[in-house]
Design a protein around this ligand. Structure first.
Ligand code: PHE
Length: 347
């Protein structure tokens, strides 16, 4: 009997590795511990043993049963693992480079901004940054835009609550905080900070209480330019904007300055361009930006008065340029993060 018991165990151990499926395992188990299994037979045979041998033999049987159970569990685990491996496919080498990784791209507005920055860097302009939260003085007063000016209307400007504090945005006095409505506030911060000659550009986000439609957004991007030195003239302004717009729209572009009004420039102009290569908008004058010569009142507010200083300034809507460049007819496309739109700009 004891030999038989050992034989069952040895036999089970030696054939275990050939079991390749769950049904095969079930069959294997049945052959040992099933109702007609070899172990079951032995246990039945125990009855015939003399009484005093029974406890001893019972212990041995239990030991072998335990070993067999461990063996069954081991086989089951092996089968489950190989099942999972089949599902997962061949092993992965995590150190290999990923195949077909579609690269990210720069947003079309970022592309235009970077292009403008690079173009103006070439002629000595460097980027300065302001903050999106500003104060009434920097956004309006210092830019010769008095209290009763319509641009300050609560309808157009988003003001912060009286108790708001921005520790990184200095106030002139006790004026209110607001979200800047244009990047021209950066002109003031820069001039207070430096002495001429100044050649800076300030791209950034601006905010207006506009109702959103195909050409308006309450939150868009501008690109400010400021050049302050001795004897800066309208000729410099025209040449500079010609250079910038030609770099953006090609050499065939013609530009013109059309008299306009801004409180912080005098004279002030709207810049129009015309080009044979603008799709539906070819060969017609299109308004693209505002500009002018820095108003002496602005120099006064930053303490430049009495000097021989003059300057030019311009402000462009980045969305406007991107829409013209790419023939986009709805500004909202830029903000919807629709990959079908964005992927067209991946270079
Ligand atoms: N800040 C003006 C605007 O938002 C644009 C501008 C900038 C005009 C600089 C003249 C000079 O419309």
């Amino acid at each position: 009997m004891e030999k038989k018991l050992q034989a069952i165990l040895t036999e089970a151990k030696s054939s275990e590795s050939s079991i390749q499926s769950m049904p095969a395992l079930d069959q294997f188990k049945a052959g040992i511990v099933g109702s007609k299994g070899s172990m079951t037979e032995i246990m039945k045979g125990m009855k015939a043993l003399p009484k005093e041998e029974k406890p001893e033999f019972g212990k041995k049987i239990n030991l072998v049963k335990k070993e067999l159970e461990t063996l069954f569990a081991k086989v089951r685990e092996r089968l489950e693992e190989s099942d999972l491996a089949k599902k997962l496919g061949p092993p992965v080498d995590p150190t290999l480079p990923s195949p077909n990784l579609s690269g990210g791209g720069l947003h079309p507005l970022t592309q235009i901004r970077e292009e403008m920055v690079a173009t103006l860097n070439k002629i000595g302009f460097s980027v300065v940054e302001g903050t999106e939260a500003e104060t009434e003085w920097f956004c309006f007063d210092a830019l010769n835009t008095p209290e009763d000016h319509p641009a300050r209307d609560e309808q157009d400007t988003l003001f912060f609550n009286e108790d708001t504090v921005f520790s990184n945005v200095t106030k002139k006095e006790e004026e209110r905080y607001l979200l800047r409505t244009h990047t021209s506030s950066v002109q003031i911060r820069t001039m207070l900070d430096r002495k001429p000659p100044i050649r800076v550009i300030a791209p950034g986000r601006v905010f207006r209480r506009d109702t959103v439609d195909a050409t308006h957004s309450a939150n868009f991007h501008q690109f400010e330019g400021l050049y302050v030195d001795e004897a800066v003239t309208v000729r410099d302004l025209k040449a500079l904007l010609d250079y910038l717009l030609k770099s953006l729209f090609g050499d065939k572009v013609k530009t013109r300055l059309r008299p306009s009004f801004f409180p912080f420039t005098e004279p002030s102009y709207e810049v129009d361009l015309i080009s044979p290569n603008l799709g539906k908008l070819s060969n017609q004058w299109i308004e693209v930006m505002g500009c002018g010569m820095v108003d002496p009142k602005v120099f006064e507010s930053v303490g430049y008065e009495g000097s021989e200083i003059s300057g030019l300034a311009f402000g462009i809507g980045i969305e406007r340029i991107a829409m013209l460049r790419h023939g986009v007819d709805d500004i909202r496309h830029f903000y919807q993060n629709d990959l079908r739109f964005l992927n067209q700009f991946n270079r």
